[in-house]
Design a protein around this ligand. Structure first.
Ligand code: PEP
Ligand code: MG
Length: 323
């Protein structure tokens, strides 16, 4: 099986009946690029930049960030790189920011909420990204967006920094796509309106499942409620994909679900454009997709949206595909 997968390293990702999708990788540092290239990643779909800020005593400088972003963009040789701006808080703490302890960190002052308030931190990161943008195909993504105002505020700060840079004679890429993570149910529900303003969506199922099912993703006691195939989740995913396509935008997924063999047929059927996963899952996913007909999984995905439970969906998928 491994030998069969290895043949697919430099191949595109195509279903049996000729439908193309993009298989991208989630990375945390420039060191992860080796694995992306070895496993035939067509893009970086999620660069989690918070690791630059963690395990140290102070914020990373603009130069230090610039070096990392440039290394990733160059390492991908012009292939798309979706960089997520700082997503700190929840399970990821930064002791040196001295933020007060919160009763519900996953519902608290984190990610874009923190960046819009601590603008020095945010603007430094955006400048580093903008300066690195000329070295490859950069796309910028904001995490934990819960309403349109947050996206508009974040984007206007980005445009301000871009204007300041060009005034001082610093080059930035002509066009940089700006998108959001859809990981909060309010944003999935409003996806039709977001789609008019963003360039792309990437569905963050790790958090979307936690917030939709009201089940802490770190809490073993409620892990039985963490149900990726619950039709409630699948319906939200469909809303996001359909909303993107209606406005001519693309929709990806960068939560764990994107690399899951039960989820892949459903997501392919729903029309997901980009699947971003750990690099080691890419070749297996490419092989699985090459054995699926888009037309078959479209029917399957329509059916599972009408089922009642997580378990019913798993049964239905297993019946249709040989895993
Ligand atoms: C997600 O929430 O699905 C996601 C990809 O982000 P993280 O796991 O970093 O919260
Ligand atoms: Mg998340």
């Amino acid at each position: 099986q491994k030998a069969e997968w290895a043949k697919l390293v430099n191949e595109p990702t195509v279903s049996k009946d000729g439908h193309h999708v993009e298989l991208a990788a989630n990375i945390g540092t420039p060191k992860d690029l080796k694995g992306v290239v070895e496993n035939g990643g067509e893009a970086v779909g999620l660069y989690r930049t918070e690791f630059l800020y963690m395990g140290r005593n102070e914020l990373p400088s603009e130069e230090e960030q610039f070096d990392s972003y440039k290394a990733v963009l160059e390492g991908m040789g012009g292939k798309p790189v979706v960089v997520r701006t700082l997503d700190i808080g929840g399970d990821k703490e930064l002791p040196y920011l001295n933020l007060p302890k919160e009763m519900n960190p996953f519902l608290g002052f984190r990610a874009i909420r923190l960046c819009l308030e601590e603008q020095d931190i945010f603007r430094t990161q955006l400048r580093a990204l903008l300066r690195a943008s000329t070295y490859g195909n950069l796309k910028i993504m904001f995490p934990m967006i819960s309403n349109l105002q947050e996206f508009r505020d974040a984007k206007s700060i980005l445009l301000e920094e871009k204007a300041k840079l060009s005034e001082s004679g610093v080059d930035t890429a002509e066009h940089i796509e700006v998108g959001i993570m859809v990981e909060i149910p309010s944003t999935a529900v409003m996806a039709d309106l977001f789609a008019k303003e963003v360039d792309f969506f990437s569905i963050g199922t790790n958090d979307l499942i936690q917030y939709t099912m009201a089940a802490d993703r770190m809490n073993e006691r409620v892990s039985y409620l963490y149900q990726p195939y619950n039709p409630a989740i699948l319906r939200l995913v469909k809303m996001v994909i359909d909303a993107a396509h209606k406005e001519g935008k693309w929709a990806g997924m960068c939560g764990e679900m994107a690399g899951d063999e039960i989820a892949i047929p459903i997501l392919l059927g729903l029309g997901l454009d980009e699947f971003s996963m750990s690099a080691t899952s890419i070749l297996k996913a490419r092989s699985q997709i090459s054995r699926l007909n888009k037309s078959d999984v479209e029917k399957l995905s329509e059916e599972v949206l009408q089922l009642r439970t997580n378990e019913e969906v798993i049964e239905a998928v297993k019946k249709v595909i040989e895993l």
